[in-house]
Design a protein around this ligand. Structure first.
Ligand code: ADP
Length: 732
């Protein structure tokens, strides 16, 4: 079959596809349904034309059906164009009445017996063509009149765009009607350009319905131009190469050399395709979209500058300068989220915008609406709100309108939330060009989105940089403090020695003796604080060696037993067969003494102190001895004191936190660091009005080797009725 004969079939399929695209749209208004009617009408007309061309008589049912579809074409077109949404209302006009009145005589002509007779058939077809063309021209001119009444400049331009598409429709209809009049699908060797253009027009119409921003339509037209121009040039090359070779060789098209030539031509096209498309795109861009290209360039320069920015103060300056240089922005503001993540502060601004502070909560809708395009445009929001209202979706309409109001307050045409990779809001960039409406096209907004991503990187990098700087500063400060503490200890020793000397030699009734006691006591306290601080600041390597925990417990208890208050009872419950742990003996003694002293302090001279050691397998229960895995050793120090209040519990391991008059607040933090340095941890296992249990969990060397060492409550056996209040990981 000649390829050109099947053009109407392809056209029918494509027209159905365009209609289908609108059918699949989620929310369809009346205009959409009328478009679906129009596009389907075109599709059925093409289909009938194709079937008719395969050999049916001029008066056949198929020929009449084709004519019927042609008669319906202007009817569906007129109705669709009238329903097309513009700011100016569409009243019923004389055109509508004419369209209705003319329909019946046309139908009568199609059904009349003369339709299949020569020469009446050709006259009837001519009349139908005149009617089709006349009505389409009338509908386009009505649209033109309506566009003049539109108050907004923007809408007028949009309507004019549509008029242009309409004129094109009229032209291509004429091109397509010629074969219809003479009742032949293909009359010449010319390709069926009319159908290609009809489909182009249909596609443009379907897009014009969706795009209410004139800049987007220009862009659409641009893409269409690039595509058509590239296709025409490529088709030209192909046609020239293949046909010329065929003619030169004098062979029939179905023969071998023709196929070979086609391959050569295809290869040539594949080679030139990319550079050609780029060239065409660049040329069309330069001719029609110079402003767009300049904007892209300005944004890319700005992104380059931002890549070299590290300070937040510089970010605002570079951003605003770059945007102003693009000459597409008359006002812009940058807001950054504050430290508490509750509000946003304006850091830089140019042009009118009185809002200096924003609540994060007030931006929730804006951020939601900005997904997934990355930004929201005020005009688009307003139009979308109008559409939603029309569809009865008032809540969504109100949401959109509210967001548009916020942008209006901020003097922003476009709002661009700046978000981190994990989706946290970092800031907001607003821009406006108050010289025009719809200042930025969808593609330009996509470009701006990349700018938002770049800003997010700068913000995160600058915060990281600030944190590193602060950490370095604190480390230096810590070193200085440790040096200072060291320097303080020597004179302190001198003061204490001298005071004690005077104290020893002073007569018992000396009036200043009380002051000497205070000096000695306070110097002692100061010495303890400084010593603890130095302990805390010192590296914790120690000298870890295999250690019998029960032995360490016994030694520590012996030490405290010497000055144990009278009403304190001491219990020990030490497990036999306790595996050894690897830890510096002095470190473990320090930990135990600290926990025992804290327990004694808590009981205030009356109560029971229990020290217990036990061993637990790491992980799940085991049934066979051979399956026993690595183990943990636990030391529990239990008192019958008043327990620890929840507010205090949260701060136990924070350096310098103490509730005691004479405390340093460094005991538990030091214990924690010592235990963690060998891969263990300290927990508060239970604390209520009956007392507190601290647990020191130490891994055996086998447990350390096992990397799957669990940490936390799950390893407690069910027999132990204790709750884990504070857990630390086995490995820091
Ligand atoms: P310090 O003993 O110098 O105050 P620690 O770091 O050893 O420093 O203890 C911090 C705080 O934890 C204590 O001041 C006390 O309030 C609380 N604390 C520690 N152990 C117990 C306990 N067994 N019972 C009640 N409170 C305790």
């Amino acid at each position: 079959m000649d390829l050109r004969l099947s053009t109407p079939l392809f056209s029918a399929v494509l027209a159905f596809a365009i209609a289908g695209k609108v059918v699949l749209r989620a929310r369809k208004r009346r205009m959409h349904w009328l478009f679906i009617g129009f596009a389907s009408n075109v599709a059925v007309w093409y289909l009938a034309t194709f079937l008719e061309s395969r050999g049916s008589g001029p008066g056949s049912i198929l020929a009449r059906f084709t004519a019927l579809m042609a008669v319906l074409l202007p009817q569906t077109a007129v109705r669709f164009l009238r329903a097309f949404r513009l700011d100016a209302p569409a009243h019923r006009t004389a055109l509508d009445r004419w369209a209705t009145w003319l329909l019946f005589p046309m139908l009568a002509l199609v059904l009349s017996p003369w339709f299949g007779m020569m020469p009446y058939g050709a006259i009837i077809r001519g009349a139908i063509s005149a009617y089709v063309l006349g009505l389409i021209i009338a509908a386009v001119s009505a649209l033109y009149t309506r566009s003049r009444e539109t108050p907004s400049r923007q809408e007028r331009r949009r309507a004019m765009y549509l008029v242009g598409v309409g004129v094109l429709t009229a032209l291509v209809t004429t091109a397509d009607l010629v074969p219809f009049i003479v009742n032949r699908v293909v009359t010449s060797a010319l390709p069926n350009l009319g159908s290609i253009l009809v489909l182009g027009v249909l596609y443009m119409l379907s897009e014009v319905m969706e795009r209410r921003r004139i800049v987007d339509l220009y862009e659409l037209a641009g893409r269409f131009l690039v595509l058509t121009a590239t296709a025409l040039v490529l088709a030209g090359i192909y046609y020239r190469l293949v046909d010329w070779q065929v003619v030169a060789a004098g062979v029939h098209r179905d023969e071998g050399p023709y196929f070979l030539n086609a391959i050569v031509a295809s290869l040539a096209i594949l080679i030139v395709f990319d550079p050609l498309r780029d060239k065409v795109e660049a040329e069309i861009g330069r001719l029609f979209f110079g402003e767009r290209i300049d904007f892209d360039r300005a944004v890319s320069v700005l992104r380059h500058r931002l890549a070299h920015t590290l300070e937040l103060e510089a970010l605002g300056r570079v951003l605003i300068e770059g945007l102003l240089e693009s000459r597409r922005v008359t006002s812009a503001s940058l807001y950054l989220v504050d430290a508490e993540r509750k509000g946003l502060e304006r850091v830089t601004s140019v042009g009118p915008n009185a809002v200096t502070h924003l609540e994060v909560a007030s931006l929730r809708t804006l951020v939601e609406l900005a997904h997934p395009s990355g930004a929201v445009a005020r005009d688009t929001l307003l139009r979308e709100a109008e559409d939603r209202n029309e569809l009865g979706e008032t809540r969504e309409a109100e949401r959109l309108a509210e967001c548009a109001r916020l942008l209006h307050e901020l003097h922003a045409g476009v709002g661009l939330p700046i978000e981190s990779d994990s989706g946290d809001l970092l800031g907001l960039l607003t821009m406006d060009d108050d010289r025009v409406r719809d200042a930025f096209s969808q593609d330009e907004i996509a470009t701006l989105r990349a700018l938002g991503t770049q800003c997010a990187i700068v913000i995160e990098n600058s915060r990281l940089h600030a944190r590193i700087k602060e950490r370095d500063r604190l480390a230096a400060l810590g070193e200085m403090a440790a040096g200072l503490a060291h320097e303080i200890r020597n004179p302190l020793g001198g003061i204490k020695g001298a005071a004690q000397f005077i104290q020893g030699n002073a007569p018992a009734d000396m009036p200043q003796r009380e002051f000497l006691d205070i000096i000695v006591e306070e110097v002692g306290r100061l010495d303890r604080v400084v010593r603890s601080f130095l302990d805390y600041a010192r590296p914790y390597q120690g000298n870890p060696a295999p250690l019998d925990v029960n032995d360490s417990v016994e030694r520590a208890l012996k030490l405290v037993a010497t000055d144990l208050p009278e009403n304190i009872e001491l219990y020990r419950d030490l497990a036999t067969d306790l595996p050894q742990v690897k830890m510096d003996a002095e470190h473990l003694r320090q930990v135990l003494l600290n926990l025992i002293r804290n327990a004694l302090d808590a009981m205030q001279g009356r109560g029971t102190l229990t020290v217990r050691t036990l061993v637990r397998p790491l992980g799940t229960f085991v049934t066979k001895e051979s399956e026993r895995g690595p183990e943990l050793v636990e030391i529990h120090v239990k008192d019958t004191g008043p327990g620890i209040d929840a507010s205090i519990r949260a701060n136990l391991f924070i350096p310098f936190f103490t509730t005691k008059q004479q405390g340093t607040g460094l005991g538990l933090p030091i214990c924690q660091r010592l235990v963690e340095s060998v891969g263990g941890r300290i927990d508060v296992r239970a604390s209520d009005k009956h007392g507190t249990t601290f647990a020191v969990v130490l891994p055996t060397p086998a447990a350390i080797a096992n990397t799957s060492a669990p940490s936390g409550a799950e390893e407690l056996s069910t027999g132990e009725h204790m709750s884990v209040l504070h857990t630390r990981s086995l490995r820091p």
